[in-house]
Design a protein around this ligand. Structure first.
Ligand code: NAP
Length: 480
């Protein structure tokens, strides 16, 4: 593959390097199973070097003028958009999502960088009224220090944007570890940061052993914050490991989103929202619908329309025009969806659409709909992360609210209704960090993104997205 950003090196302290051992890992194109390149298989030694480089760079970068950092971030935003097409096709090649979705991911990544360049200017301190006249009480914000960012394969570019943006705006330096399945979109941020003019060591990118890199990051007292997006299981491990050095952690973890269709909903709009909330990125997003709850009176109409829309989708290599569904990330992901379908059918579910591997072979899977879903089926509790719609039927609102909240996850939830009172009840009672009412796609840079319960700690985006990268200090000026 010929792409300016297919860089088979890591960036440490301003140098593009291989693993010290020379070891590499192959990276596949999930659409073709072809190897598109190799990346350094780095471990503890390289991680220590990257942390040291970030620590050195922090000394001056954290003291840089705000206006300089804003201008560097604006350069980074422009560099990203100047290379929009190359970055999008690289993303599709390593991840599989259709090109139009990859273009959208690069665009929202750029928007996050811009947002934090703006937001840092509004990060104000405070002068608190003092209890006595001879004192002034100041509250000020300071960059937290060296930040480690660990990101998943499903949004390999924008998940890093949401971390680099606030970290670099705040004056932090970064050691980033992209997912092994999709490393190139992460490594590309190193080249873009260089192009934008960030000093050496401010952005460091490592690929390789997650245990060795993660372990070294977590044990390091120099790394003051870890920002992680990925599975709840790995997130819990990192939270445990953070205790020894009392690091700040931000955790964007797994989800199990309910999508509730009430009997007063605009069913066409609900189907349109469902298609985005379910099938975007082949169902492999943390905010993807996991469970549809449809009120009995509108169940058959909703299911028939969802089935028609699902079966109209064009499946193929995401690089090709008009493709709406690409391959899944790997064979394990396909096997997991198959296992969930078998489990559901054994427990009385009915496959009304799809249900099998696609005749394109490899990691392609037919978009699938199962009706008659029940709470004992695996997908009621586990994240599907695939193009499988599980439809549960409900009779009354209380039943829907209770079922929607019956999970340890709390990332995203969706509901369709025209009833204002119901909409407010949904906003109050759904135990989710992100709630879409009459909308299936709600992520936007201006709003805080993050989960409740076991879906995470902290927010990305919005004004809240900056707070985790800043320490707050209180200074008492006495004897005035
Ligand atoms: P994952 O297996 O948890 O991996 C995420 C990242 O953590 C990868 O870079 C991985 O490296 C690394 N990692 C794995 N084990 C580690 C360890 N012991 N120490 C340090 N790092 C470690 O998740 P994934 O399969 O890539 O992504 C899918 C998951 O992410 C889903 O659960 C999804 O819901 C969640 N997600 C959440 C959000 C959100 O905003 N809440 C957004 C997107 C995705 P390797 O690639 O080298 O294994």
């Amino acid at each position: 593959m010929n792409n300016l950003f297919l860089i088979e090196k890591n960036l440490i302290g301003g140098q593009w390097v291989d693993a010290q051992s020379g070891a590499t890992l192959a990276v596949n194109n999930p659409a073709t199973d072809e190897i598109i390149g190799h990346i350094p298989n780095c471990g503890a030694k390289e991680t220590t070097l990257a942390i040291t480089a970030a620590e050195r760079a922090f000394d001056s970068y954290s003291r840089s003028n705000l206006s300089e950092r804003v201008s560097l971030l604006n350069n980074l935003h422009d560099a990203l958009l100047d290379n929009h097409e190359a970055l999008a096709s690289l993303l599709t090649a390593e991840q599989g999502k259709p090109l139009f979705e990859a273009r959208g991911e690069i665009a929202i990544g750029a928007a996050y960088i811009k947002w934090f360049a703006e937001e840092i200017r509004r990060s104000k301190g405070e002068l608190i009224p003092a209890p006595t006249n001879d004192r002034r009480l100041l509250v000020t914000h300071h960059p937290v220090g060296v930040v480690a960012a660990i990101t998943p394969w499903n949004f390999p570019s924008s998940m890093l944007a949401r971390k680099l943006g606030p970290a670099l705006a705040a004056g932090c330096t970064v050691v980033a570890k992209p997912a092994t399945a999709t490393p190139y979109s992460g490594i590309a941020w190193g080249k873009l940061a260089e192009e934008a003019g960030f000093p050496a060591g401010v952005v460091n990118i490592l690929t390789g052993s997650s245990q060795a890199i993660g372990g070294t990051i977590m044990a390091s007292p120099t790394v003051r914050k870890v920002t992680f997006t990925g599975s709840t299981e790995v997130g819990k491990t990192l939270i445990r490991q953070s205790a020894d050095t009392v690091k700040k952690v931000s955790m964007e973890l797994g989800g199990n989103a309910p999508f509730i269709v009430f009997n007063d909903a605009d069913i066409d709009a609900a189907v349109e929202g469902a298609m985005i909330a379910k099938y975007r990125n082949m169902g492999q997003t943390c905010v993807c619908t996991n469970r549809f709850y449809v009120q009995a009176d509108v169940h058959d109409e909703f299911v028939a329309k969802l089935q028609a829309a699902t079966e109209a989708m064009n499946i193929g290599n995401g690089m090709d025009d008009n493709v709406q569904q690409g391959p899944m990330i790997d064979h394990n992901a396909v096997a997991k969806v198959e296992e969930m379908i078998t489990d559901a059918v054994n427990k009385g579910g009915t496959v009304i659409s799809g249900g099998e591997r696609h005749n394109l072979g490899k990691t392609y899977f037919q978009p699938t709909i199962i009706t008659g879903a029940t709470a004992d089926m695996q997908f009621a509790t586990d994240e599907i992360f695939g193009p499988l719609s599980a439809i549960f039927k409900f009779d009354n609102d209380d039943e829907a609210f209770a079922a929607a909240n019956a999970t340890e996850y709390g990332l995203a939830a969706y509901a369709y209704t025209k009833d204002l009172a119901r909409a407010f009840r949904l906003s109050n009672e759904l135990e989710y960090g992100l709630i879409g009412i009459n909308a299936g796609l709600i992520t936007t840079v201006e709003a805080p993104f993050g989960g409740l319960k076991e879906s995470g700690i902290g927010k990305e985006g919005g004004s809240q997205g900056l707070e985790d990268y800043l320490e707050t200090k209180y200074t008492c000026l006495a004897g005035l």
